[in-house]
Design a protein around this ligand. Sequence first.
Ligand code: HEM
Length: 547
Amino acid sequence: MAALFESLLALPWPVTAILAALFFVATLILLYPDRAYGTRSRSDIPLAQENKPLIGAMAAMAQGIDFRLERLLEQVRRQGEGKPYRMTLYNPMFGPMDMIVISDVQDVETVLRDPYTFVKGGLLTSLLTDFLGQGIFTSDGERWHAQRKTASHVFNVKNFRNFNGDFLHEVGYLIKHLEAARDAGAVVDLQDLLLRCTLDSFGRLAMGSDFGCITQPGSVKEGRYALPTVEFMEAFDYVNGTVAVRAMQPFWQLQERLNGTTNKIKACQKIMSEFADKVITDKRRKMEKGETIGEDGKSTDGRHADMLDYFMRTTNFDGGVPDDHELRDVCMNLIIAGRDTTAQTLTWVFYMLSSHPEVEAKCREEINRVFGKDGQPTYEKIKELKYLTATFNETLRLHANVPFNTPTCTKQTTLAGTGTTVYPGDIIQYSPWVMGRLQSIWGPDAEEFRPERWLDDGGSVKKENTFKWPVFKAGPRICLGMNMATQEAVTFMAQILRTYRLELVNEDDPSKWGKYDVDPAKRQGRYSSALTLGLKGTVDFKVHLVQ
Ligand code: HEM
């Protein structure tokens, strides 16, 4: 051994250095033959085959995210539906990461019932902080709890009646645009129109101020009907799309600095902050003049209170008064919560209807039965639309708009379903998108689009176990806007479907797919990269009047 060492030292120093480096790497590979550097060896949970020596699953995670959901589903099936498995990673900022992927309903329930043990954690916060700050989505513990309490003021029954008027106002504009596109024989991007509607309505709900996105006049260029861009909307969408891909890029800070993204994000933040700051200043002035909000949710000058009104009149979790920065975070969080989720899910509804004419016919039959020929879409009538509600739920089952959730474990816990033990620092991942397609949860027809599965024998909408269907999350952090989103979506569906038939076109454009094939059945990844699951590119429809 000593002789070997001596002869090594006798070699020219660059050769010695290379041999030493090779020796070092080989030793590391021996220590981490099947997982990422620094992660623990454990025999109780199998490693997915994507894990490689030293780098773990980093290469697999870095592959385009376009059809990542399909890949995740394949992986879960390969490992065995409901059985946990591990993906290991090494992140330069956070060090070794052990990700436990779960898909068993009771395992998911253990995690979601306890948001104080399974927290959002530092990884998520660091990826999203320049967009969502310390708002409700990125907060844990008392900071989260205080925000949830304040925001829930807006979600009471009285307000739901008011929302109905708001939704009808928005969909009225949307219908005018559909009419104009039909008159011109042009195609129209439905996702764009819907995102404009919900940005306006959430601007009003969150801060009492709308962005005028859907009220713009449209025009036709090269056979496409479109509306002019709105600065706030562009800024919001740019930051949303950028932060969403960070989790796949271990060196995102460096990358963003080198390719100019950091500066662009700052410019977008300026646009969004200026808008929010103006609203906050106006509200502060009114408060100084003595404006108050009554028990009935109305201000002294008779307007409906928005969420910002409530946040400006409450103290923080630490007893302090929220500053402008915190209030801006409140607005951005509420807009991201309600705007993209609802508009994108509605786009998926019409996308699914285009290939399921029998479902569309049943929806129309119900609308005609409940509304009559010219009946008004009142709050009560909207609640009677059970088949439409079932169609909305079924769309969300197959296209869960928040497709992943990755809480961090802070206390050793045994998951109730599979008996798996998870430890502090473990990242738990479950995907409502994947769970929506598992036969072990939904039966042999899990991948079929069948709204009837949501209706009981009396025709009422079944109340599913939310842990089996965590599209709105479940437990103490369940989505605050779940009922509101359903009400909004059903109102939009009813008002559009009673007059128009939308025909999906231009789906043969390869740039809209993560993995394109001439055979539509073999295409994968019709997804945009954002925090929520939208459709990539335009979603073009031709508009026809219902005969
Ligand atoms: C189809 C529409 C919607 C879907 C699929 C949806 C889904 C979700 C999901 C999955 C979460 C949990 C996110 C997480 O913590 O990781 C969430 C939280 C939340 N959602 Fe929704 N949402 C929708 C619409 C809305 C609407 C219209 C609002 C109204 C403002 C809203 C307000 C919220 C809020 C405030 C939270 C945070 C709850 C908390 O952490 O305590 N959502 N939503």
